[in-house]
Ligand binder design. Structure first.
Ligand code: C2O
Ligand code: CU
Length: 463
């Protein structure tokens, strides 16, 4: 893995507030939020350095934190002030299909100057996010994403103790502005995706956040990177895990292994009780990279209640009566661009370069015309995914959370864990199960966004 430290030296380390501006439903008179996509400028490398040309929601990356209560209706008037079509996907929400925001599958893209009303109910409490879903490899890389937090009916933490941390990996060029010239490089598409050389948390380089000693905090980590897998070690900061991908565990867990990998689009919720100043490090490189510093001040003197977790109610897969489908992943560099069919034609030689399709599911790149499978509403689906590529992938299912049944033949002992995205390494096999309880056309793709664009994209139909 490339050490991002080698590329840019020096750390900005300017104390700043990284709380995101929050939109609460109740703050608007008619209950409709306005979310506007448009060009913006932001300093990513240091607070003194050069600005990057980004695209963002409501003028900053990440966009505003949308915060609602479990079961609450969300109405958002989305306005497109970009020069290209886009749409907004509400990642991880078990949503009405027409509101899923996938350009070309669940809606027509919203054209420049046009708007679209997203109107849905958020059924599960937890940590979610929203992002562009048209040419995501380009639009998300430029900054079109933000957090969507669904509070428990009785929120577990107050505002001061509930911290959203959206992590992104940027590829900066020379002076520290985002490298736009390399966007879409075929090298990235056919290898590990667009990896960067700099991290931000809530759009800021190595921010500092002040906490109170001995209070209990919830940290909601969201990976908004195109392709980077972040690695952390919760034990280094005495943190416990309370949820993955928006779904709460029944109890807080102390991990007895490290690193904890957070793949693109995945979320991890932690609780931490600070005693002294600490740093949350990303540990995949040769040396730990500080993502965020926490300054721990005086004790509040308030007694914190023990955290009582409440899991969402998700339909339990019926494994006895399940329908099983197999997904064979192939392609990419160093595994040979073999046997890929795209739009009915077998690709050869130069055709990979012109079509830019270098990955396949069951031999077909961008399985778009017909679904991967059809099932009836309420049926349990088992998908066995086999990674026959030389690369790691982050597989995401829209509209449903699933359980991991096994990984390369071994039973997974992670207990009651629901996810919407799973990582799968080279040569691994992973079996997942879920109840297809939501009608519509749902995407299944790699969330390494270059891989999705270059062929790792399909969908299934629930009728
Ligand atoms: Cu996070 Cu298809 O999306
Ligand atoms: Cu992938």
């Amino acid at each position: 893995m490339v050490s991002r430290r080698n590329i840019l030296k020096g750390i900005a380390g300017v104390a700043a507030s990284i709380q995101l501006p929050k939109f609460a439903l109740s703050q608007t008179s008619d209950g409709v939020f306005e979310l506007v996509a448009g060009p913006s400028r932001q300093k990513l490398y240091s607070n003194e350095g050069v600005e990057s040309d980004l695209w963002s929601y409501n003028g900053s990356t990440p966009g505003p934190e949308i915060r609602v209560k479990k079961g609450e209706r969300v109405r958002i008037k989305f306005v497109n002030n970009l020069e290209e079509p886009t749409s907004v996907h509400w990642h991880g929400i078990r949503i009405d299909n027409a509101m899923d925001g996938v350009s070309g599958l669940t809606q027509e893209p919203v054209l420049p100057g046009d708007s679209f009303i997203y109107d849905f109910v958020a059924p599960d409490a937890g940590t979610y996010w929203y992002h562009a879903h048209n040419k995501s490899w380009n639009q998300v890389a430029r900054g079109l994403y933000g957090p969507l937090i669904v509070d428990e009916i009785e929120p577990l933490f107050d505002d001061q103790h509930d911290l959203t941390l959206m992590i992104d990996d940027w590829r900066l060029a020379g002076e520290g502005a985002v490298d736009l010239a390399s966007l879409g490089s075929l090298m990235d598409w056919s290898h590990a995706g667009r990896l960067g050389n700099w991290l931000t948390v809530n759009g800021q380089p190595v921010p500092t956040l002040k906490l109170k000693r001995n209070d209990v905090y919830r940290l909601r980590l969201i990976n908004a990177a195109n392709a980077r897998i972040f690695e952390i070690d919760p034990a280094r900061i005495n943190a416990r895990v309370i949820g993955y991908d928006g779904q709460s565990l029944k109890d807080a867990v102390t991990l007895n292994y490290a690193p904890l990998m957070i793949g693109p689009a995945q979320r991890v919720d932690l609780i931490v009780t600070p005693k002294n100043d600490f740093t949350l490090d990303e540990i995949s490189g040769d040396e730990p990279f500080p993502m965020i510093n926490f300054e721990v001040g005086i004790e509040s003197g308030n007694e914190s209640d023990p955290v009582k977790l409440v899991a969402n109610d998700l339909p339990e897969p019926d494994l006895e009566n399940a329908k099983t489908f197999t997904l064979d992943m192939t392609g990419g560099a160093m595994g040979g661009f073999v046997e890929i069919v795209y739009q009915g034609e077998k690709l050869k030689g130069e055709a990979f370069r012109t079509s830019r399709q270098v990955w396949a599911f069951n031999g077909v790149a961008n399985l778009a015309e017909s679904p991967f499978f059809d099932v009836n509403q309420g049926e349990t689906v088992i998908i066995e995914t086999i990674n026959n590529t030389g690369w790691v992938h982050a597989m995401h299912i829209h509209g449903h959370h699933f359980k991991i049944l096994s990984r390369s033949g071994a039973t997974v002992d992670e207990g009651e864990m629901w996810r919407d995205t799973f990582l799968i390494g080279p040569e691994q096999k992973t079996k997942i199960a879920f109840v297809a309880d939501n009608k519509g056309k749902w995407l299944f793709h790699c969330h390494m966004l270059e891989h999705a664009a270059a062929g790792m994209n399909t969908w299934f139909n629930v009728t």
